[in-house]
Unconditional design. Structure first.
Length: 117
C-alpha cells in the first residue's frame, strides 16, 4: 500500500488553470504507473490521465490538449496541469498508483476541483 498525498485543488472560473500534485511515499517510484482519476456527483470514477516511469502518457478524450500529466522522479511526485478548465471538469480528483508487477492499486484521499461558469 502506497500513501498518496494530494494538493492543489480549489475553485476557479471557466478558462482558468489549476495544478494538482500528488506525493507518493514509496522506495522505488519507478515501479509505479501514476495516474489521476476523477468522480463527479452521481457519476462513476473515470480516468483522467496516466503516466509510466518512462514518460508514456494517456489521457481521457475529454481532457486531451488541455491537461498535462508529468512526474518528478526525485520528488516521487506526479502533477496534473489543468488549463482551459470547464464547468464539466468539476469533480473530486484522486491520485492513483499502480504497481507494475502486482497491479496493486493505491488511492489518495481526493482533492476537490470546482469550475464555475
Amino acid at each position: 500500500q502506497v500513501d498518496l498525498v494530494e494538493s492543489g485543488g480549489g475553485w476557479v472560473q471557466a478558462g482558468g488553470s489549476l495544478r494538482l500534485s500528488c506525493a507518493a511515499s514509496v522506495e522505488i517510484f519507478a515501479l509505479y504507473v501514476m495516474g489521476w482519476y476523477r468522480q463527479a456527483p452521481g457519476k462513476q470514477r473515470e480516468l483522467v490521465a496516466r503516466i509510466t516511469d518512462g514518460g508514456i502518457t494517456n489521457y481521457a478524450d475529454s481532457v486531451k490538449g488541455r491537461f498535462t500529466i508529468s512526474r518528478d522522479h526525485a520528488a516521487h511526485t506526479v502533477y496534473l496541469q489543468m488549463d482551459s478548465l470547464k464547468p464539466e471538469d468539476t469533480a473530486l480528483y484522486y491520485c492513483n498508483a499502480e504497481h507494475l508487477k502486482s497491479r496493486t492499486q493505491s488511492w489518495g484521499q481526493g482533492t476537490q476541483v470546482t469550475v464555475s461558469s
